[in-house]
Design a protein around this ligand. Structure first.
Ligand SMILES: C[S@@+](CC[C@H](N)C(=O)[O-])C[C@H]1O[C@@H](n2cnc3c(N)ncnc32)[C@H](O)[C@@H]1O
Length: 494
């Protein structure tokens, strides 16, 4: 497939392929995205599917090859480039698939709330190069009452419009460039997605995925919330989440101290999870369900394990169990769509996961109650947790004490976002920017006191309220900032 994207994005493009942001998705990534899109789809339902930036029919091809959708599901495609529309229409001719090929500017098209499924790789065009920026900005303002930030890349407009064009409960999957992680407009976009969608998944790609193009990318999936019919973004909270403690002497960011890392995503959680009895037969002690953890410690008796096989480990007893399970799964295909898709498409490696991470302290980033950092002596952890690597020269229980102090809890809540219904979430990039007392900069005596208090959290869960009060007092004494005075604290979520 021809790739016309420049090696550097620094210069303003002059040819039309560059102006149109034509960077094509490699087929393995397109397959993965298609799998995410069709995770809960089946052949007996007819869907309305949209690719608003179709290029050389990358996603329609992946969708048809997945074999998951019916011939009467209609695939609508849009491209501003006539030659892409012609190629796509030609390709559809022999496929017997219901389709609708449109050669137009997607951002101009009226399609409110129409689609069940939308998949796309939007054009990458920097705002300085956006010829129609004024037009698009006023269009979104007039038509949808949405103020897109002036600095936005074109992809922001595509993501917003595609969510508008979804039916309630419809699913979108897109691949976007990593500028969303470091820019104000990216934060605005994530806020928009959080407000309008549920079950959001973010898959960071570890390597620069586009040939000859020096950019990283992320796949995002979301399901439009049922109460978002026509979107009115006046409800959107502006992005002004700020660290309270960034300028405090002796405080450092969680990123700089612990290099937090998201846990392992299981290919299909219920398929790979098992109980502790299987640990004696090769299963890996695992932690997934926060509801099963009381207090600040995961004991050896915790009842979760996972059937993990990586490229470097292959316990025959685990393989036997997985083979038994896949045969059972074949009897109940509708409950095992994900794993059967892996099995069919990767018959040799469907059960392989990357090596799972381990971390002595883990943190579940969905918050309904007071944020809790949990001591995890020996378990691999799943992707609903961030895991903290404790530097060798810092005692782990001192870190545990600090991380569970009320000031840190309030800082985490300040940087998190509401998901509705009392649920909050802090994204990894926001969590990294939480500023906390840096144990490595404390005096030996202070570290020792914190270490004892951290141990007490683990060993005496019934006294945790008193212990946390002592931790808060100690931190206030160490630093002396008025903002750390426990008498002035709002308790988290009060
Ligand atoms: C990044 S490419 C993706 C192509 C293909 N979907 C893929 O992933 O390989 C984006 C496509 O969007 C098209 N495009 C650019 N601006 C557009 C617009 N305003 N409306 C619709 N399509 C547009 C480009 O011509 C290009 O084919």
């Amino acid at each position: 497939m021809k790739n016309n994207y420049p090696k550097s994005l620094a210069c303003k493009p002059t040819n039309s392929a560059k102006i149109l942001g034509q960077v094509f998705t490699p087929s393995d990534i397109a397959d993965f995205m298609t799998k995410l899109l069709l995770e809960n789809s089946n052949k007996t339902t007819d869907y309305k599917i949209l690719d608003p930036a179709v290029g050389p029919f990358t996603f329609p091809k992946a969708i048809l090859e997945s074999g998951i959708i019916s011939k009467s599901s209609c695939i609508t495609t849009v491209d501003l480039d006539e030659s892409m529309a012609v190629q796509t229409a030609d390709w559809f001719m022999s496929k017997g698939q219901s389709h609708n090929v449109i050669n137009a500017d997607y951002l101009d098209l009226h399609m409110d709330n129409e689609f069940d499924l939308i998949i796309f790789n939007p054009p990458y065009v920097r705002q300085e190069w956006l010829n129609n920026k004024q037009k698009y900005q006023s269009l979104f303002k007039d038509k949808y009452n949405i103020n897109i930030p002036g600095t936005s890349n074109l992809y922001v407009y595509f993501v917003v419009k595609s969510i508008i064009d979804l039916k309630p409960n419809g699913t979108f999957v897109c691949i976007i460039y990593d500028s969303w992680q470091s820019t104000i407009f990216g934060k605005w976009l994530i806020d928009f997605i959080n407000q309008t969608c549920a079950h959001i998944q973010v898959h960071a790609l570890s390597e620069q995925p586009f040939r000859d193009c020096l950019i990283n990318a992320t796949i995002i999936k979301g399901i439009k919330k049922p109460n978002f019919g026509p979107i009115n973004l006046q409800t959107a909270k502006q992005f002004n989440n700020k660290s309270n403690y960034k300028d405090f002497d002796g405080f450092s960011s969680i990123e700089s101290i612990f290099k937090p890392r998201r846990g392992l995503r299981l290919k299909q959680a219920d398929f790979f999870l098992t109980n502790t009895e299987m640990i004696n037969n090769g299963a890996t002690p695992f932690i997934k369900k926060i509801g099963k953890i009381k207090g600040f410690y995961i004991p050896d008796s915790h009842p979760e394990a996972a059937l993990l096989v990586s490229n470097n480990t292959a316990d025959p007893r685990v393989i036997d169990e997985l083979e038994y399970r896949i045969n059972q799964a074949k009897l109940l295909p509708e409950k095992n769509i994900s794993i059967l898709a892996w099995y069919n498409e990767r018959p040799d490696s469907w059960y392989i996961h990357p090596e799972p991470p381990f971390a002595k302290i883990i943190f579940n980033y969905y918050l309904r109650n007071r944020p809790r950092h949990i001591f995890n002596p020996n378990r691999a952890y799943s992707d609903n947790f961030y895991g903290l690597n404790i530097p060798e020269d810092i005692p782990v229980f001192a870190c545990l004490a600090v991380l569970n102090s009320t000031s840190v809890c309030n800082e985490i809540i300040a940087l998190s976002r509401s998901q509705g219904n009392g649920l909050y979430k802090i994204q990894l990039f926001e969590y990294r920017e939480v500023y906390i007392p840096d144990v490595s900069k404390m005096k030996t005596k202070e570290i020792q006191l914190l270490q004892d208090l951290g141990k007490s959290l683990v060993e005496k869960p019934a006294q945790s309220t008193e212990t946390i009060n002592e931790i808060d007092d100690l931190i206030w004494k160490i630093y002396g900032y008025a903002e750390l005075n426990p008498n002035l604290f709002k308790q988290p979520f009060e």
